[in-house]
Design a protein around this ligand. Structure first.
Ligand code: SF4
Ligand code: SF4
Ligand code: ZN
Length: 178
């Protein structure tokens, strides 16, 4: 059970405006919820559990210690071990770009394979990056917050949730993988 209720997403957007400068050459600031690959970290179960100091259950289930699981987002100072070693993330960092949409090879075969793999939350990564180019990060974040918040009570929900944990309303997370 969740120990602290997540706040209003609009307030949440404000609080995440503690932007991190990831590319000093371009002097461009990017929100830590925008992953290099186009995922919206704000709807990631690990991200939410870290924010709520509620990683113990996942650690027991996955047998991965909390310190390796914990994550504040793909470009934060605290990154989940798996995403820390992500080749797409490393590729963007090495190219000194803010995300794959800025790459001249976009969408390369690695990103395309990631987009088309068995994990449903990867399957709109390329579309999401195209939207990031078209909309800019502020509008993109507003869109993602709307998409990943309960229509009824505005509580954020994670990628694979089906029911809002706050009000019980049906929400449209990705279909679970079997
Ligand atoms: S675990 Fe990965 S997808 Fe989840 S918040 Fe961290 S970087 Fe983003
Ligand atoms: S080469 Fe591919 S993975 Fe690397 S930054 Fe470009 S699009 Fe992203
Ligand atoms: Zn709700």
């Amino acid at each position: 059970m969740r120990i602290a209720q997540r706040g209003n997403p609009l307030i949440d957007l404000k609080s995440t405006s503690l932007f991190e400068m990831v590319n000093c050459q371009k002097v461009k600031v990017i929100n830590t919820k925008i992953a290099y690959c186009g995922l919206y970290c704000g709807a990631c179960k690990i991200f939410m559990a870290t924010a709520e100091n509620d990683l113990e259950d996942i650690a027991v289930r996955t047998k991965i210690p909390v310190e390796y699981l914990a994550c504040d987002g793909c470009r934060s100072g605290k990154i989940n071990l798996c995403c820390r070693n992500c080749g797409i993330r490393r590729c963007c960092v090495s190219k000194k770009i803010n995300a794959c949409n800025e790459c001249e090879e976009f969408p390369c075969s690695v990103l395309t394979a990631f987009n088309n793999d068995e994990y449903p939350h990867h399957n709109d990564a390329i579309e999401s990056l195209q939207q990031l180019s078209e909309m800019g990060q502020d509008e993109w974040l507003k869109m993602k917050i709307r998409q990943w918040s309960c229509e009824n009570c505005h509580t954020p929900f994670q990628w694979y949730e089906k029911i809002c944990e706050n009000c019980g309303m049906k929400v449209s997370g990705y279909k679970e993988i079997n």
